[in-house]
Design a protein around this ligand. Structure first.
Ligand SMILES: NC(=O)c1ccc[n+]([C@@H]2O[C@H](COP(=O)([O-])OP(=O)(O)OC[C@H]3O[C@@H](n4cnc5c(N)ncnc54)[C@H](O)[C@@H]3O)[C@@H](O)[C@H]2O)c1
Length: 349
């Protein structure tokens, strides 16, 4: 198998993780990194790869097969378009872009160019996420009735030092709930209506600190999500999985899926069904069992999958269409909070 020649643009917090993963992944060859920050030249020197100021410079000099774009979100459109115009496959970090127009422009450019274009919704690669999706799709809990999501944590004071983190658009709805929205869409199906009530009562910043959201799915199921960055709790995806070095691990379940024949707690995959496999109404308690799923480095799996899609061996798990749609739903959740009314979303064709 010939190695894929890959570049990474944007070598900050998450871009450095991609640099490490691309360098060490079988079947990948890191051919250059792009970042205007002079400190990145030192990184390039230390790992022995060329350093460029921009995606355009890297593409012109190296003609890579594929790029990872981990630049600030407002640069994603320009960087993804540069890749599409050069016919280079691209993995764009999430959120896909900073507006509806920009994200769908990326989708359209990728389609026209015929390139593989993925979005960095890395949580889709957890085996527990794939298993939950499989169990629901195979009718393991019967017909899906609803789901509950909790993402509640107390962000530390230093997080709010930069002014922009206290401004509208930078709160837990756009920053954190976008991940839960993408997982709900992946596991349960398309979201068609949202209603939000947001609050800034505790911190008093211009941006929300907490919100309660009701979500309606095309298949008739409902979900509720409580999100807050100002309460002490063991229930957030990061705490459940230990995926972030900055966030403590609790291992507690944060999502519950409920159907006509059973329920599933996530991410530990506790499966509740009738004891004898028959019907279980409220006269009898359901029995629980665990479905095993390994916790893996999903950034490694994401790059492996990117390569496999490029070679035509796998179909995309997280396409740029998914990124654009999850962003649209999240923006609708914010709009509902602002307008004080439900927001409907058209069902994608
Ligand atoms: N999937 C995840 O787990 C995850 C985690 C964190 C961030 N992100 C996303 O990744 C993106 C980057 O976030 P971050 O936290 O790494 O930001 P960051 O500020 O730490 O890093 C961004 C880097 O991009 C560089 N840069 C700026 N303009 C550039 C350009 N035109 N070309 C090349 N490089 C440029 C900056 O110098 C900086 O080094 C954002 O979209 C963010 O939402 C995803």
């Amino acid at each position: 198998m010939q190695s894929l020649r890959m570049g990474v643009a944007g070598c900050g917090l998450i871009g450095r993780r991609h640099v490490d993963v691309v360098r060490t992944s079988p079947g990948c060859l890191l051919v250059g990194i792009a970042d205007p920050d002079p400190a990145v030249a030192g990184l390039a020197g230390s790992i022995g790869v060329p350093h460029y100021q921009s995606v355009a410079e890297l593409i012109a000099a190296e003609r890579p097969d594929a790029m990872v774009v981990a630049t600030p979100t407002q640069h994603h459109l320009a960087d993804a378009l540069a890749c599409a115009e050069a016919g280079i496959h691209v993995l764009v970090e999430k959120p896909l872009a900073d507006s509806h127009q920009a994200s769908w422009a990326i989708v359209e450019a990728a389609r026209k160019a015929g390139i593989v274009a993925l979005v960095g919704h890395h949580r889709r690669y957890y085996p527990a996420v794939r298993e939950a999706r499989r169990i629901l799709a195979e009718g393991g809990i019967g017909r899906l009735v609803g789901a509950t999501v909790v993402w509640v944590t107390l962000k530390s004071d230093d997080y709010f030092v930069p002014d922009w983190r206290r401004a509208p658009g930078a709160g837990p709805l756009m920053n954190n709930l976008v991940h839960e929205v993408d997982l709900l869409r992946f596991i349960c199906g398309e979201i068609t209506e949202v209603t939000t009530r947001a609050s800034n009562a505790v911190r008093g910043f211009a941006v929300e600190d907490s919100a309660a959201v009701v979500l309606g799915f095309a298949n008739g199921a409902l979900a509720t999500a409580l999100i807050s960055d100002t309460a002490v709790s063991p229930w957030s995806f990061e705490m459940a999985t230990g995926e972030s070095l900055q966030v403590a691990y609790t291992g507690e379940n944060t999502m519950r899926f409920m159907g006509t024949e059973g329920s599933l707690e996530f991410p530990n995959l506790v499966f509740w069904r009738a004891r004898d496999g028959g019907r279980c109404d409220w006269h009898g308690a359901p029995a629980s069992s665990r479905v095993k799923a390994r916790f893996i480095d999903v950034y490694v799996e994401q790059i492996r999958h990117f390569g496999a899609v490029i070679r035509g061996e796998e179909t995309p798990v997280a396409s740029v269409e998914d990124g654009a749609r999850s962003l649209d739903v999240t923006r609708a959740i914010v709009a509902s909070a602002q307008r004080g009314e439900p927001v409907r979303l058209a069902t994608p064709q």
